[in-house]
Design a protein around this ligand. Structure first.
Ligand code: ATP
Ligand code: LTN
Length: 331
């Protein structure tokens, strides 16, 4: 069975963009692939985090994975920092990664701008850790939103380079970027992606938002000039709202455009709020039903499964690089 690996940082409130661009595909792919879904807490600490809040967010995110439809019986759900192999492989990959490659990463450039003079080395090195996550599991496919495409290309380059220099060890992964939903935009600025780290809270619909907040955020969403409700690249705000509607209802473009003929923006916004509230309600209910013990079992189990595969890859890597150490040297 082919493998998929993906992860999300426990660094803020999950929003519809995370769901529509990434998690939605994980749910459908998990039955066709052997799946690993990680809570990438070591990535989250590349920017400052409050320890107690981070600890809570790690568990909240794990709970959300389950509530939203990732089935722990078929998929492996685990916390990145529970599997030490991630950091070890990240270090090894650091040694074959070029500064110039990391300097080109747009996510680093954007985030570094926000941190100003306090840019940590971890933020710069973020893509090497991400490559380690993926390569440890001999991943075939990585389902992510559009913003991760560049990181995936670097992961592929590192795998190819390692294989060339030390012999074939890593499978070279392919990105899986959905045709629809890979870039859900902010409700306040349709030229910016919906983002966890956006200071403008009303730009994102969070998966934990109350029905009142959801209605309010859609009501306040910016729109374009004109009145017609149809998909049109020249009118990014309305197109973004329609895209969210389409992905949540699974309806065809023509059907949606026909449905909204003669109706105004206010109508679209209130229907969208209704559809979103209805979609989130059962997820929020399930979230409350997952107890701490159940969550512990899922994460412990996930860590054990992940560790056994990661250890196999790491041991081949060490061997090929001559890192035999005192314990292994004699064997
Ligand atoms: P941050 O703003 O802190 O970088 P984020 O909102 O981009 O956070 P991530 O944890 O970086 O969230 O991303 C998790 C997954 O969600 C990734 O696969 C990413 O590509 C996807 N994703 C994030 N934002 C969007 C979006 N606006 N539209 C579609 N997919 C998205
Ligand atoms: N950088 C990713 C999170 C991430 C990831 C991964 C995604 C870390 N490691 C491995 C896919 C595979 C992001 O979404 N910001």
């Amino acid at each position: 069975m082919k493998r998929i690996f993906s992860g999300i940082q426990p660094s803020g409130n999950l929003h519809l963009g995370n769901y529509l661009g990434a998690i939605r595909n994980w749910i459908s792919l998990q039955h066709e692939y052997e799946s690993f879904f990680c809570i990438v807490d070591l990535h989250a600490i590349t920017v400052p985090q409050e320890p107690e809040i981070l600890a809570k967010k790690i568990r909240d995110l794990a709970r959300l994975y389950v509530a939203i439809g990732i089935d722990p019986k078929v998929s492996t759900i685990f916390v990145q920092s529970d599997v030490a192999a991630h950091t070890e492989l990240a270090w090894i990959l650091n040694c074959i990664t070029r500064m110039s490659e990391l300097e080109r990463m747009t996510q680093y450039k954007d985030k570094a701008k926000k941190q100003r003079e306090n840019v940590g080395v971890g933020l710069f090195d973020y893509p090497a850790l991400m490559a380690a996550d993926i390569l440890l599991y001999q991943t075939d496919l990585v389902p992510v939103g559009h913003d991760q495409k560049q990181h995936l290309e670097l992961t592929r380059d590192l795998a190819i380079r390692f294989n060339r220099d030390y012999g074939e060890i890593f499978r070279v992964p392919e990105p899986f970027i959905p045709k629809l939903g890979a870039r859900i935009m902010s409700l306040q600025d349709p030229l910016k992606k919906m983002s966890k780290s956006d200071e403008e809270a009303s730009g994102s619909i969070n998966l934990f938002d109350s029905p009142e907040d959801i209605s309010k955020k859609f009501r306040r969403a910016v729109t374009d000039s004109g009145t017609e409700i149809r998909f049109d690249d020249a009118r990014p705000a309305i197109t973004n709202l329609l895209m969210i509607y389409q992905l949540l209802t699974d309806k065809q473009t023509e059907e949606i455009e026909e449905h909204f003929i003669g109706k105004g923006y206010a109508h679209l916004k209130s229907e969208l709020a209704e559809v979103t509230i209805e979609f989130l309600k059962p997820i929020q209910d399930r979230l409350r039903a997952i107890g701490d013990d159940e969550l512990d079992r899922i994460l412990t189990d996930g860590c054990t499964r992940a560790e056994s595969i990661a250890a196999g890859t790491l041991s081949s890597v060490r061997e090929r690089m001559g890192l035999k150490g005192v314990r292994r040297a004699r064997h």
